[in-house]
Design a protein around this ligand. Sequence first.
Ligand code: CO8
Length: 260
Amino acid sequence: MSFDNLLIERDAAVGVITINRPKVLNALNNSTLDELRRAALELKRDEAIRAIVITGSGDKSFVAGADINEFLEQSPASGRDHALAGQHVFDLIENLGKPVIAAVNGYALGGGCELAMACTLRIAANTARFGQPEINLGLVPGYGGTQRLPRLVGKGKAMELILTGSPISAEEAERIGLVNRVVPAAELLTEARRIAGLLAAQAPIATAYIIHAINHGVEMPFAQACAYEATLFGLAFATDDMREGTRAFLEKRKPVFRGK
Ligand code: CO8
């Protein structure tokens, strides 16, 4: 599959998607969003790929938001459709069933912050900046920001960030729980690939179950979520990987998981 605005690389079990529109700080226009959807599906279906890294090209920006050049032509109906289409892509990434690591190499603003939040984990360069500046354009976040941000950092901080539109540093993002880890910019991709490699070596079916249990379970009443967890726990006993992991522990060796 060919892409105009993305670079796709496969490095053993890790797929790397680079959003590649550096002239507009990797802003997401409609076609880039659609390419992101196609790339996510392609890597989801590729059995050799067990973890994914998403980053932006250049050293200045991860994604500086939705492409503002496309805003003036929106009507209320098309704006809603556009937001729903973007939400669909980010839901796909969040529930891909494979760990997706955002390697945030610079600005993660608006749709860029929303993309990072849809990823399973977020590793940031110390030079990264995070924010939801839509209010400065007279807009509201449209790719899930009003919902994922409070779930990650709490309602009060989310209100502050979205209502002020002011960006925060990577260190502050780590302090409030928006990112998992901050590393020196020069080490970002190596560290993101290292973590992706670690997650790629885990049992793929159990990994997918954990992602589903957390993503769907947090939206359910507690008792229903625990019942869902118990069902996934039971299902894991149907896997060869469960037997391999258990035997490897008892035989004091490293397990080799095959995703079966
Ligand atoms: N869209 C389009 N172009 C952009 C964007 C963007 N989001 N961000 C930057 N660019 C372009 C600039 O226009 C500029 O182009 P040119 O060289 O032709 O003038 C180029 O990228 C470089 O940018 P700057 O010169 O502005 O670089 P600075 O270092 O001075 O500033 C900033 C960097 C602070 C990141 C600044 O560019 C900025 O504020 N960008 C906009 C950030 C923003 O507001 N993002 C949120 C957009 S809204 C959104 O994401 C909503 C998501 C849901 C949408 C639902 C759809 C309907």
